[in-house]
Design a protein around this ligand. Sequence first.
Ligand code: ADP
Ligand code: ASP
Ligand code: MG
Length: 418
Amino acid sequence: MKFGGTSMAGSERIRRVANIVRRQQAAGHEVAVVVSAMAGETDRLVTFCREANPLYDPAEYDVVVASGEQVTSGLLAMTLQALGCQARSWLGWQLPIHTDDAHAKARIEGLDSDALLASMAAGEIAVIPGFQGLSGDGRITTLGRGGSDTSAVAVAAAIGAERCDIYTDVDGVYTTDPRIVAKARKLKFVTYEEMLELASVGSKVLQTRSVSLAMKEGVRVQVLSSFIDDDATPADQIPGTMIVSDEELAKLQEDLDMERQLITGIAADKNEAKIILTRVPDRPGAVATIFGPLAAASINVDMIIQNVGRDKGETDVTFTVPSADLLRAQTLLEAQKEAIGFNRIITDAKVAKVSVVGVGMRSHAGVAATMFRSLADRGINIQAISTSEIKISVLIDEDETELAVRVLHSAYELDAVD
Ligand code: ADP
Ligand code: ASP
Ligand code: MG
């Protein structure tokens, strides 16, 4: 069971969580619980880091931001004890959860589950702070924003859990963020593949890595609400959204006589920033000199456009990076100005990426045309485009994000009918 930040925000809510956990134990399950920091806490800690040093050392950032989850894991263990349950917290370094040393976005390499299994077998509820890990050289790491989902899936895989229930502040995965589009519809099932794309393009209901890990390890994941009453449908009866394999979905649809939608969901991501380098030499190797240093600094480049060459063998190169990395990317590129040979660097953090996702795209033409036409009809300008087999993304002005999501949600006939 994993509980997110809103579910853990304050003593009252932690008591509600403790009750949900106690009910699962009473239903005959051995339970491991992964918790997030209280809502807003990680943001608060990140702000302190930025104030201390805008170009902070990621290893020290991890020391600071990992603390939010330490607090909630201890509090949940205490609250469970107050309800008469046996409970024990297990911090990331205690288990330990081994990661690589990519601070602030570390990847889980392994998890020692022996102590955890022994404690659970003895009747204790194990409470594990999400987000935390331990690098090979013994330093605290964190798994990237939203990383508690990944901790939960990793724990579920390591202990061979029947299911990994991700409790959050909405009751499942919707066709788009239900806080943006009131007419969003809840999905009973979604495939790993589609969830992976949706998460990677901004549906922050699950961290991307948690979905790829679940897919790789075959962990059964359910997304459901922690804001429930005592008489709510039990988690075992799957009241939320179940993430399933393609084959499982095909079978379910046959059994339930459900139709497959062309588009499964729409996502938006405002955490992208655009960089334009003007008058880059149009010759072999030029692009490599731009992206090499960014890769070395672990900055992920997403959308890339190389414009048609200008006169005199020059071209403009446009690409996006996570907004959080914009300052570092800009500093790095400016330091390489001579080597790359560009004229000017122009940045824009007020952009957003809007994406439509669906496996139906594989077999249907015209999905992109509908997207571009619907946006054009509303006067929304597209600044960049990228695609995969089951996804189309466009970069637009950040102020138009909500409008674009609503327009596309209707265009693909995803709106709920009352
Ligand atoms: P937690 O703190 O529980 O991890 P998050 O804030 O990370 O919660 O994720 C839950 C939020 O994800 C919801 O409140 C919702 O606004 C947002 N969200 C974005 N896209 C979707 C979607 N397609 N379906 C459901 N929720 C979504
Ligand atoms: N507390 C961390 C964050 O806000 C991890 C998580 O909640 O999943 O990113
Ligand atoms: Mg989250």
